[in-house]
Design a protein around this ligand. Sequence first.
Ligand code: F6R
Length: 260
Amino acid sequence: MEVIIKETYEHASAEAARIVARRVREKPDCVLGLATGSTPLGLYKELVRMHKSEGLDFSKVTTFNLDEYVGLPKEHPQSYFNYMQTNFFAHINVKQSNIHIPNGMAQNIPSHCEDYERSIETVGGIDLQVLGLGVDGHIGFNEPTSSLSSQTRIKTLTQATIAANARFFESENKVPRHVITMGVGTIYKSKHCLILASGANKSHAVKMTVEGPVTAMVPGSALQLHAKCTVVVDDAAASELSLRDYYLWTYRNKPDWQRV
Ligand code: F6R
């Protein structure tokens, strides 16, 4: 894994945006995998700025979101569909027909999940997958003990994740218990994975994901086996990393042609 440590959340978000924008400029019809939650908000804000003031063009880009709550209609304020429209899609020139988000209201969830996998394959796979990291090391909503080769499917959230996400709902009771999520195996097939984390509450998850053993107990750690995985964190999230100085040194000494 390549680890990039930036001083603040804003700097880390700008770095993540630089990586995404570079991919979009190099391959205008690229396929982006996208995440929701608090972490990528700064990334989306910066990409919107780049679209508006630098003409960053999303007109040929295709997107696939990682996950969606089961039982929330698209128009629900806390659906990930609504999150993506509000925070990103409504402000850029991506074609609505190129946007893919699992449908939390699907009648037949297993067959919807299979279709989702097939749609990713049909467009040639995900070029760059943006990921947040759960406090328990989850990626997508692949909670600890998720199979490391899992595909898109329905998952039951842990009580800890429900409690963490309760901040977006009126109460913890209102947080759906189930989600549709790309699997660890789905994420692993992406050509490049970009993990983002910020804040001291993520420092242990970052440590275990980057420097811990590869284990289904920390689903993000599976990406240690990925040929191209970049981890962008702020100082607080990097605080438990044993090789922190080495990552800073490597980044400083990287020739431009080797930058992601
Ligand atoms: C969201 C997702 C989750 C979040 C993770 C961190 O689409 O798949 O894995 O990235 O729960 O959430 P935040 O960023 O809110 O701390």
